[in-house]
Write a protein that binds this ligand. Structure first.
Ligand SMILES: [Zn+2]
Ligand SMILES: [Zn+2]
Length: 240
């Protein structure tokens, strides 16, 4: 039997955090793409994600309620949430709270140097060969993030996931409509439940294109904010 694959963008921001698009604008945009599933993953809030999930049917897309939680050790992407998780707690505590809701936890942009990342150990990704504590906690690693400053950070993440047998996902980390779908997760099936199963079974692939030159000015401004936030307050709870 032939298996059909679908695409999901699992890392999207809206006006509920630091994104430019409203839920309605995001859903209308996604409806015109080949994305079957999206996760709305605002910083430290699920308000827009819940709203998007309720409205999704009218747009022919399935929405996973997610949150990019600012833990003390760095950002953590949580999918299939029901209750919002508060920022500022240790990673292990946040993971336990997510698991209590039967949610999946993912390390976003794990080696992104200018972002608040779990695996941020230096510009060259020192320490990536050892199995760090954070990697024991996660269901998957975001091995493709379209918004990173350097593609090398994704290469490191992909190598790390392969070396440690971790599942991979891809996302755009989009803060503006034109970059939605720039990074994506390919999975067998077409529903959010299929996607969840595929992540757990390590059947996903991550791919995409970096935000690119068209959006460079915008991307640059965001990266500067992220960099400053990361450098000045390592456990930054609000920006990036
Ligand atoms: Zn982030
Ligand atoms: Zn993000």
């Amino acid at each position: 039997m032939e298996i059909n694959y679908s695409k999901a963008d699992l890392h999207l921001h809206t006006t509920a955090s630091d994104g430019a698009a409203t839920v309605r604008e995001l859903l209308a945009h996604v409806a015109r793409t080949d994305l079957r599933v999206i996760a709305v993953t605002d910083h430290d809030t699920i308000t827009a994600a819940l709203e998007a999930q309720q409205m999704a049917g009218a747009y022919g897309v399935e929405v996973i309620v997610g949150e990019e939680v600012s833990t003390r050790e760095g950002h953590l992407l949580v999918l299939f949430l029901e209750q919002e998780l508060p920022p500022g707690r240790p990673l292990a505590e946040t993971v336990a709270a997510a698991r209590a809701q039967d949610a999946l936890v993912i390390a976003p942009h794990p080696f992104g140097f200018l972002v608040n990342s779990l695996g941020r150990t230096g510009p060259l990704g020192f320490g990536r060969h050892a199995m760090p504590a954070w990697a024991m906690h996660v269901d998957a690693v975001e091995s493709f993030n379209a918004g990173l400053w350097s593609p090398r950070n994704n290469t490191l993440a992909a190598q790390f996931a392969a070396a440690h047998g971790l599942s991979v996902v891809g996302g755009s980390d989009s803060h503006h409509l034109p970059t939605v779908g720039a990074g994506y997760t390919r999975f067998p099936g077409c529903t959010a439940a299929d996607l969840r199963h595929a992540i757990v079974q390590r059947q996903t692939r991550a791919a995409g294109v970096m935000w690119g030159t068209l959006r460079q000015a915008e991307a640059g401004a965001l990266q500067v904010r992220r960099g400053l936030s990361g450098l000045l307050t390592p456990a930054a709870a609000t920006i990036s």
